[in-house]
Design a protein around this ligand. Structure first.
Ligand code: 5AD
Ligand code: SF4
Length: 449
């Protein structure tokens, strides 16, 4: 029987890329990718543990599969993996309440999925394999990219920062950087395969320290300089930067590296120094604002986005108003806003001054109003400008509109055609709203020069 699989991915780009690797591994072994969950006989969930929402959604969706598993038995395989599996209490819950799940694995052993499936089919026994964090990075895994001309590339794994609200250091382990040669080799291969834009991924790319075979170390700005040389590559982006590690060298790299997109995601999390300290962010409001000034003096038109948590334990109305004022001061191009949710095993779980849900929601709504107004104003400033856009393909609304992103990572919708995908287009911006721009093509470059 043909074995077809479907992966549902929760969470961040790191997880998206892990899923690309899982797809690559399974295709290599002769499995085929199904259109949707219903038509697949192997269903995989790649989970996220960062906020409560994602884990509720996971259990909800998983529960819906029980009936089918009971009916189809061995002919239907359910696998779960990802960050949630690195938490013992989640694995215990799965064992107790979802004993029909066939395969459970973690973030440190993605590459073992084909083996685990083989074992399952041979031994007819469920497979649970969670590895603890380890130094070794498994290189050379295949990946099936979601897009032809843009790719996600991990440059490091894990996080050492232990922000008091965050589960990531526990689920993804300690920081580990890939060797620069491995990253360069991967990106050269991608560029040869038609990739024009890469997104370098790490929980905190600013603390990248890649070790070469001769023992020499490469930091993040040096890596960016090296990547400039990759032929065919047009744009380089990265995610995420921790403000405490944003170096002057990196700011300078925005000026010196023409392929580096003029966009930075710089999570602030809160606008009050008191809250930042309780979050263990290791910068103050003033230091953050100074960084933004430095970035804007070096690159006046740089776009800045952020993450903000509302309702962290002990956040007073005054603290929250400082967050609102900070947004007014920085004027973010976009901001991802989150309601604080307790994560088991983090220090903030034990903070006594948790904020009532209704207060969190009320503050959240006020914040969204401010950040959306500013995003709309920032986007409106693009009206009449001509922007160089990398054409990504048809947009999501299915009306034949194409989309792409400006150098500053703004989403632009325009009338295009399939052969433009992967090309750079000059687009005159004729419309704007909170989350995107619209425009008309005034020039097109194929990239074959
Ligand atoms: N509650 C709410 N938001 C959180 N984030 C991380 N942990 C939590 C939590 N416990 C947010 C942070 C981070 C983003 C990826 O998720 O803003 O930058
Ligand atoms: Fe979590 Fe902080 Fe690490 Fe980001 S830097 S992953 S918020 S602990």
């Amino acid at each position: 029987m043909e074995k077809s699989f479907h992966i549902t991915t929760f969470g961040c780009q790191m997880n998206e890329h892990d899923s690309e690797t899982l797809v690559g591994l399974l295709l290599e072994k002769g499995y085929v990718q199904a259109e949707d969950r219903n038509s697949a006989n192997i269903v995989i969930f790649n989970t996220c543990s960062v906020r409560e929402n994602a884990d509720k959604r996971f259990f909800g969706t998983l529960g819906q599969l029980k009936k089918r598993k009971m009916e189809e038995g061995e002919n239907f395989t359910v696998c779960v993996c990802g960050c949630m599996m690195q938490q013992q209490h989640v694995v215990d819950t799965l064992k107790a309440k979802y004993p029909w799940v066939d395969v459970i694995f973690g973030t440190h052993n993605l590459h073992q999925l084909p083996q685990l499936l083989d074992n399952l089919y041979k031994e007819k026994e469920k497979q649970i394999s969670i590895l603890p964090d380890r130094e070794e990075i498994v290189e050379g895994l295949p990946a099936k990219r979601l897009y032809h001309h843009k790719a996600l590339v991990n440059i490091m794994y894990g996080c050492n920062n232990f922000c008091t609200y965050c589960i990531v250091p526990y689920t993804r382990g300690r920081e580990k950087s890939r060797a620069p040669e491995e990253i360069l080799r991967e990106i050269r291969n991608l560029a040869d395969d038609g990739v024009r834009e890469v997104m370098l991924l790490g929980q905190n790319v600013n603390s990248y320290r890649g070790k070469s075979a001769d023992g020499s170390l490469t930091d993040f700005s040096a890596l960016l300089h090296q990547l400039q040389e990759v032929k065919g590559l047009e744009r380089i982006r990265f995610m995420t930067s921790h403000p405490k590690d944003l170096s002057d060298d990196l700011i300078q790299a925005f000026r010196d590296c023409p392929k580096l997109g003029k966009y930075i995601h710089l999570p602030v999390q809160a606008g009050s120094s008191r809250v930042l300290e309780r979050m263990n962010r290791r910068y103050s409001r003033e230091q953050y604002l100074k960084l933004v000034d430095k970035l804007r003096s070096a690159v006046p038109d740089i776009a800045i986005s952020t993450d903000i948590i509302v309702g962290f334990p002990g956040e007073t109305e005054e603290d929250f108003e400082e967050t609102l004022r900070l947004c007014e001061e920085v004027r973010y191009d976009s901001a991802f806003t989150f309601l604080y949710s307790v994560r088991k095993g983090t220090p903030a779980e034990h903070y006594e001054d948790q904020i009532p849900e209704e207060v969190k929601h009320e503050r959240f709504n006020r914040l969204v109003e401010v950040v959306n107004r500013i995003s709309a104003e920032k986007n409106a400033a693009y009206l009449g400008r001509t922007e160089r856009v990398l054409v990504e393909g048809p947009g999501k609304n299915g009306d034949g509109t194409f989309c792409g992103r400006t150098e500053s990572y703004k989403l632009v919708n325009f009338a295009g055609s399939p052969e433009m995908t992967g090309c750079l287009a000059d687009i005159k911006i004729t419309g704007s709203n909170t989350f995107s721009l619209t425009g008309e093509i005034v020039g097109l470059e194929t990239g074959e020069e």
